[in-house]
Every structure is written in C-alpha cells, then in structure tokens.
Design a binder for this molecule. Sequence first.
Ligand code: PLP
Length: 434
Amino acid sequence: MTGTGTSSVGRSAELFARAEQVVPGGVNSPVRAFRSVGGTPRFMVAGSGPWLTDADGHRYVDLVSSWGPMILGHAHPAVVEAVREAASAGLSFGTPTGGEVDLAEELVRRVEPVEQVRLVNSGTEATMSAVRLARGFTGRSVVVKFAGCYHGHVDALLAEAGSGVATFGLPSTPGVTGAQATDTIVLPYNDLDGVAQVFAERGQDIACVITEAAAGNMGAVAPDDGFNAGLKRLCQAHGALLIIDEVMTGFRVSSAGWYGLEGVAGDLYCFGKVMSGGLPAAAFGGRADVMAQLAPAGPVYQAGTLAGNPVAVAAGLTTLRHATPEVYTALDANADRLHGLFTDALTEAGVVHTIQRAGSLISIRFAEGVGRDYDDMRAAETWRFPPFFHALLDHGVYAPPSVFEACFISAALDDDAFSVIADALPVAARAAAA
Ligand code: PLP
C-alpha cells in the first residue's frame, strides 16, 4: 500500500492510553512519545526490509531503522536465522562464548585503532564505562564534551552547555547532582580554539574529551576538517584520552565507521546500534594499554550479567558479516537519493532549508547555510518540522519524530520505497511552507 493515509490510528491510540497508565509518558524512551511533533505515537507490530507496519495495519517506509541498527532492513533473513539458531542453543550462559570472540575480532579487524573491546548492553553503558576507564587510566576527573552531542543518559554526560568558550556544566536534568556535573566541561562543537583554551587552563585535570565522531544528535553535523584531528593533538599534548563515540556512525557511514572516512585515531571508541543487529549489544574498546586497566586484567571495575549475550552477539555478528562493501555503496546511494528528493521538494515549495550531511547521516535544517554547532541547529525554523513530519507520516513515511534527529536509512530502501517517499515529500514540503 502506498500513500497509506493514516487517519485511523485507533489501535495505536488505545495502546498508548493503556501504556500511559503503566509506563511514564507511555514509552520506554522519551523521543518515541512524539512530544516534539505532537500526535499519537504509532505502535509497530512488524518490520520487513524498508517497511514498518503499525497496529492499525498502516505500512510506512522506515527512515528511522530502530534509531540506527537496521542497516540491512528489518527482519533480514540471515540475521533472523542466526538469532533463531543462537536462541535454540540457549539464551544466556553467563560464561564466555565463542561468538563473543568472533564479534570482538570483527570489531578489532574493522577499526584499526581498536586493539581490544569489551561488550556491553547499550551505548550508554559503553560511554559510561569508557569515561570511567579514562578517569582510572589517567587518575584525573574532568571530562570535556560538546553541546548537542549525546552520549546516552550517563549522569556526567547529560550536562548541558551554556554559551561561551568554556561553560562549566550544570545539571540539565533533575537527578544529576552538581558534583557530577562539576567535573564535566561543555564546549561548543567544532570550536577547536575553545578546546585549546580549556586545555591551557585545566589540562592537568582533564581525563578525556568525548565527542561523537560526527554529530548526529543535533541533526547531522559533520566535524569541520581538522576538528577531530585537533582534538587528538590537544589530548595527546596534555596526557588526556580522546574517546570517539561511534555508537551512531560506527559500521554505518563506512565499514569502519567514521574512522574509515577520516582516519583520526581515538584512544577509546564506543560502539552500539549497527553492531547489535537490533538486539541489546554495544561495545567500547581501543588501545590495548588502556583496556588492560579493566578488571579482571586491571583495577577499573566494569561488568554485566548479560554482556556478550549469545543471541545479541549472533544478531550483531551476522549483521556485520552481511554489511559488505555493496551495502555501504547502497547506503551512500540511498542517502544521496533522499538528499536529492528533500532538496527538490523543499525548493519547489519555497522552503528555506539546508540539507545537513555527515556521511550517510542526513537531516534537514530549516535555515540557510550549514549548521556547525548546537546553537546553529537550534536557531533554525524548527517549527516547520512538525507539519512536515506529520504529512510524511500520513503519506506512509516514518521519519524520526524530532527535528534534532538524523534520518537513519537502510540499504533495503528500494524503488518502491523511494516512490512512496517521492510522492509524500511534495505534500510535506508544502505543509512545512505554510
Ligand atoms: N552515543 C551516541 C552517539 C548515541 O547516538 C546514542 C544513542 O542514540 C548513545 C550513545 C546511547 O546509546 P543507547 O541508546 O544504546 O544507550
């Protein structure tokens, strides 16, 4: 079905009403609640290739891909088979398994600076553990992060930026204490001078700089040429570690993630999403001498009952093994095709816009000129997004329900899927123009 016309969302509405009684806000992760776009979140019942089907039977082209993991499309037969096989052999042993070794070897093989990895259950665990390890390794406490970069809901990394060269983090959510935020310095993204200044002032205290390899959580914002390399240089000069968060970009923008495009070596990396195949799995890793500080090899404690779960490992490993060069070519081609369709429709409707790209990550900024940091991205005409989003949804395209999220495309997007997108976009662009 194309142009699904999702006027009837009775079943989703009913499920949401029930969910609101027993789950805060009705969802298990806030952005799913559609708060920034309004309307009824769609409860999905199935996914196949580039398509999602909701509880009312509407079919959508999926531009979210479960927030990243599903680069091969939904229910890829080889991944499903691997999961079935692994599950039949036992769901969890709490012992080492061969699959964990295979997955670790695959990650180490793909990303050269990563010599050792530890598997965890979520990107949040990966960044939390990487920061702890960096603090343990350096014996320092301060973490530098960038405004608009999201690294999961780690207390120290939820600290938000004010404006200015160096802002000492303030808790941006109740529940994060001032003490936790005090050790976090938040700087504007893509401002290397700001980082240099902070290192000049506090270099002895800084354990690490953590950055998204390319930012994808304020919309897609690529690092300026030399930004990541400059971070590396400053970290090295001051004895701090560079943590490159590739949870979003890893194994998506190239077979080696953003590292495959730019080649700046971090000391530690965080991975998740694609390497999970859609089940709960993530990893952090990097220099062997740093990783050697982790228990039981070293003194920095980190652990997990379900870490390296055999079913999740099977999904991740099989996904990576099927993420061939052809898949990355298809992802890039699909991103270019979507980019072209966005541009044509918005231009035709007279909507001022810029398509933001970071490899195959793609988002729309409703303003002229490429946004380089969080302030730029927030300064756009963000109010144009909700009507744009809902017109897409009503015409069978499931886009990320926030202007600050990038589209995650899959290699499974085919001509049928693109024809639904091409039909929906002019309507959405006119809605954005209104
Ligand atoms: N780091 C980045 C760059 C992310 O985009 C995310 C999630 O979107 C995370 C970390 C946290 O991952 P998770 O949601 O699996 O905890």
